[in-house]
Design a protein around this ligand. Structure first.
Ligand code: FAD
Ligand code: SF4
Length: 492
């Protein structure tokens, strides 16, 4: 699906872009400093779920857009898994054509307001920007600008509904309503298919709703995008577990011709150390789902969560960071990350680590839990940890943690959130005995078209990749839609 250099060149040579480039010398552009994101002060934001990043205003966005050099070889695009035409949308912002900037984003990304908030740009587009690569300088703030344009469109009240081919009456199903399923649904609706999304939970959005907290990604942002899909005719069936409520064969009998499995990787992993079953120890999935979707932060609901005062979160990824920052907002006096490697090896986004530090989260790095202790009621009261050193890099390329003998000590805790990884959701695969799986329990697909061993079933996102990212899940949804369309054209 690579964008051809000829196409990019032709777009870059359009008169409005040539004129814009001529208005300012590259030297003047590179002399500008990168914009800072407007943020709510840490002391204020830990008291509520208010969104931490407040976005750029128009003046800031247009000034930042001037930094972009509109490069002849825009390497930034190669760093974007869905190949957004980055210089084109940024140059529209520079001119003040915000609607066109949003339209450019929508050409390849279904959820730009989401991606502008949660994509690891520092590892993707921004890492490939000319400034990073050739000048050893701060990259253009591509993510902030993406969010700006997408928010502008949402706030304008004029969300563009993508053009659609005439309805073809062919029924297809998406299993799961995370970013993979939503993107697939949007792409198939554009092609004229009759699309239904089946979602096990009562809310639509997958991890975007049940995992990532409001202070990072407000639900209203996701809901606006879901509304667009509804306006395009996409139907949603919530509280519908494919493989339990109905099987794929049942749905075939109802006329569905093909399916996309985007059922994610929401099965929590534990460390299997002594005491892990004590009361007060939960997985990050349970913790975040209860708070985000079940109103558990409210003590008067049917599903309250115990707001611990000394909360230890085990792990160093985005999920761990979201959990520990949630604990802080629920009133924890000590909210700690316990991570067996060092700060440099943490997989969480750099921005999330920075925000967590500002909010007073304690980072106990090079530290690993080995056992939990409980009070007489069976409630966790302490965690025994050991100190770690770092050895040579392992298969993941990160330095291997090594135990420092005799370094064990106890930390008082009343809540522990285990956030050491997830496995693919098993219900869909378990209900399809002929489906080939990998040894990591992910669905095996053909890399070229995401078709599984069952020809009418395509799959993508975390159910294929294990825990990955929003943008990769979206890229898969798009790729699978193109491949399924081709398959159905040939097999109708
Ligand atoms: P999901 O988003 O997991 O959606 C799958 C959906 O399928 C779920 O709603 C599930 O209920 C449903 N489902 C499962 N089985 C069935 C069934 N049998 N029938 C019907 N429905 C079913 N990525 C980033 O890029 N940036 C971040 O900042 C980031 N932060 C994260 C924070 C947290 C707390 C977590 C958990 C993940 C984070 N990720 C982040 C990862 C990212 O969210 C995932 O990679 C992405 O959501 C995967 O999308 P998906 O559509 O494959 O699956
Ligand atoms: Fe602009 Fe950087 Fe992309 Fe060049 S590489 S077009 S400067 S964002």
């Amino acid at each position: 699906m690579a964008v051809s250099p000829e196409f990019l060149k032709a777009e870059r040579e359009q008169p409005w872009r040539v004129e814009l480039r001529s208005k300012m010398k590259n030297k003047e552009r590179t002399a500008l400093t990168r914009v800072h994101m407007n943020e709510v002060d840490a002391r204020e934001r830990i008291l509520s779920n208010i969104e931490v990043n407040q976005g750029l205003n128009q003046v800031q966005a247009m000034a930042e857009a001037q930094r972009c050099l509109d490069c002849p070889n825009p390497t930034c695009i190669t760093g974007c898994p869905v190949e957004i035409n980055i210089p084109k949308f940024i140059k529209h912002i520079e001119c003040g054509n915000f609607a066109d900037a949003a339209k450019t984003l929508k050409e390849t990304s279904t959820l730009p307001a989401v991606c502008g908030r949660v994509c690891p740009q520092e590892k993707q587009c921004e890492s490939q920007c000319f400034y990073t690569q050739k000048m050893n300088a701060e990259p253009v703030a591509i993510g902030y600008l993406e969010r700006f344009a997408a928010d502008w469109e949402q706030n304008s009240g004029q969300m563009a509904i993508p053009e659609q081919a005439p309805a073809n009456g062919i029924k297809v199903g998406a299993i799961g309503s995370g970013p993979a399923g939503l993107t697939f649904a949007g792409e198939m609706a554009k092609k004229g298919y009759d699309v239904t999304v089946f979602e096990a939970l009562h809310e639509i959005g997958g991890v975007l709703k049940y995992g990532i907290p409001e202070f990072r990604l407000p639900n209203r942002i996701v809901d606006v995008e879901i509304d667009v899909l509804k306006k395009m005719g996409v139907k949603f069936e919530t509280n519908f577990v494919v493989g339990k409520t109905a099987n794929v064969e049942d749905l075939q009998e109802e006329g569905y011709k093909a399916f996309f499995a985007g059922s994610g990787a929401g099965l929590p992993r534990f460390m299997e150390i002594p005491g892990e079953n004590y009361i007060g120890i939960l997985s990050s999935n349970e913790y975040l789902t209860r708070v985000n979707l079940m109103n558990a932060a409210n003590p008067t609901t049917d599903t309250p969560i115990i707001s611990g005062k000394r909360v230890a979160v085990i792990g160093g990824g985005n999920t761990a960071m979201d959990s520990v920052r949630t604990a802080k907002r629920l009133g924890a006096e000590r909210a700690m990350i316990i991570y067996r490697r060092g700060m440099d090896e943490m997989p969480a986004r750099v921005e999330e680590i920075k925000h967590a530090q500002e909010e007073g989260i304690e980072f106990l790095t090079l530290t690993n839990p080995v056992e939990y202790l409980a009070d007489s009621q069976g409630r966790v009261s302490q965690v025994r940890v050991q100190k770690m050193g770092l050895g040579e890099p392992d298969a993941s390329g990160r330095r291997r943690p090594e135990v420092i003998e005799g370094s064990e000590y106890l930390i008082d805790v009343d809540t522990v959130v285990v956030s050491v990884g997830v496995s693919p959701n098993p219900i869909v695969p378990d209900s399809l005995p002929d489906l080939k799986m990998t040894r990591w329990h992910t669905i095996e697909v053909n890399d070229d078209n995401l078709q599984s061993s069952i020809p009418f079933l395509f799959a993508g996102g975390d159910i294929v990749r294990g825990g990955a990212t929003v943008i990769l899940a979206m890229g898969d949804g798009r790729k699978a839609a193109a491949a399924m369309d081709e398959y159905l054209q040939k097999n109708q």
